[in-house]
Design a protein around this ligand. Structure first.
Ligand code: AMP
Length: 398
């Protein structure tokens, strides 16, 4: 990278605005912030820069005001955006459909395409779009770049992304698998290749992104060839409030026997299932604490989470036909050695030999397989903001 001017990375949701000023070359984070409760009572902003954090109550009726708040935080606590202007604003966008297979410079036409994609991600894309619209006003002189959670998975072959459903659903309504967390899977797979000391284009990795949302991806020679999430981020693994895979017949069954309507069904699947549905808590730490105390619901939840992971780990390895490494990332994957151990101790068939003490001691990037393990296992902290900054800067450099 010829220059390392920072990128302002924006992750705008319907009621929050997360931001970070990142140098794309080194990954150095110059400031992070979060504007919370946009459009709600009790708004507040937290801004961290120069090693200090400042939390301030603010009134944030809309995204427009949220960007004013952001600018004011930089003006007051730094770094000074005028002194070293960002090279771009990089926006995280959840759903890019089949239209966006890579990072793009945002113009009116791209924004219009994003609006047409809202039906595919009604919970996420509207907040992302609001962030883009307002950022264009707030920073009219800066290029605005969209980085999609789905784009990395556009390399999946039709065999992996096609649902066996009626033609009209597929052709008229975009019903297919898209996959999510692409920025994280891409970053973690490349870090894994670096830890193996090999080019990313030559390694086969299963990345397990296990946070509040969770997905597993088969990354073969640097490209996603299969992933566990589908049309929406509901498919696949067990998550904080999402249950992952489910017999498609459950919806019809509940409609007939209990009169459950589509809105209630959707809400239950995205907000009331997963760890929350099984234990009453969506927080993995709390589930682990309860399991340690002998709680049967928490014990079952852990077993269901592990079972689903083992099943997909085996499936994704076989999809690739070879395997060099399995890598854990995100809140749970980076921090919970017990879960990693439960999964990998059942992966001997794949050639993985877990090093229990390395696993227990892992902090930051770490190898957790034995030195003679035929297939390696790693922990790699994800860094989506750096990856977004890197991709935005790379696009501008052509
Ligand atoms: P994320 O969405 O990546 O922020 O991950 C959130 C999830 O990570 C929550 O379920 C947390 O309980 C879990 N998590 C965060 N820190 C830890 C930890 N030290 N041990 C276990 N789980 C953790």
């Amino acid at each position: 990278m010829s220059t390392d001017r920072p990128v302002l990375v924006i992750n705008a949701g319907s009621s929050s605005l997360k931001y970070q000023l990142v140098r794309p070359g080194s990954g150095a984070s110059l400031a992070t912030g979060l504007v919370e409760r946009i459009g709600l009572d009790g708004g507040r902003v937290t801004h961290a820069a120069h090693g200090q954090e400042h939390a301030t109550p603010v009134d944030v009726p809309d995204h427009h005001r949220a960007f004013e708040v952001l600018r004011a935080q930089f003006a007051e606590y730094g770094p000074d955006l005028a002194q070293e202007p960002p090279v771009a604003v990089g926006h995280r966008v959840v759903h890019g459909g089949s239209r966006f297979a890579s990072t793009v410079l945002i113009d009116d036409e791209v924004l219009e395409a994003l609006r047409r994609l809202v039906p595919l991600a009604p919970l996420h894309n509207p907040g992302n779009i609001a962030g883009i619209e307002v950022a264009r006003e707030a920073f009219p002189d800066l290029p605005q770049v969209a980085i999609f959670d789905t784009a990395f998975h556009q390399t999946m072959p039709p065999a992996a992304y096609t649902y066996a459903v009626p033609r009209a659903w597929r052709e008229e309504h975009g019903v297919r698998r898209y996959g999510f967390h692409g920025t994280s899977h891409d970053y973690v797979a490349r870090r894994t290749a670096a830890l193996l000391g090999r080019p990313a284009e030559e390694v086969a990795v299963v990345v397990l992104h296990l946070g509040n949302g969770a997905s597993a991806t088969a990354v073969l020679d640097g490209r996603s060839v299969d992933t566990t999430m589908g049309l929406t981020p509901l498919e696949g693994l067990v998550m904080g409030t999402r249950g992952g895979d489910l017999d498609p017949g459950v919806g019809g069954h509940l409609a007939r026997v209990a009169g459950v309507g589509i809105e209630d069904f959707d809400r239950a699947l995205s907000k009331e299932s997963g760890l929350l549905g099984l234990t009453g808590s969506s927080d993995f730490r709390e589930v682990m604490a309860r399991r340690a105390a002998g709680d049967p619901d928490a014990t079952l939840a852990f077993d269901v989470v592990v079972h689903r992971l083992v099943r997909y780990l085996g499936a994704l390895a076989l999809v690739m036909g070879r395997l060099d490494a399995v890598t854990f990332t995100a809140g749970i994957g980076e921090n919970n050695a017990e879960l990693r151990s439960a999964v990998l101790s059942r992966a001997g068939l794949l050639g993985i030999r877990l090093d229990e003490s390395a696993n227990g001691a892992a902090d930051g990037e770490a190898r957790i397989s034995t030195v003679d393990s035929p297939v390696a296992a790693f922990v790699v902290p994800t860094n989506e903001e750096w990856e977004i900054a890197r991709q935005a800067a790379a696009l501008l450099e052509g």
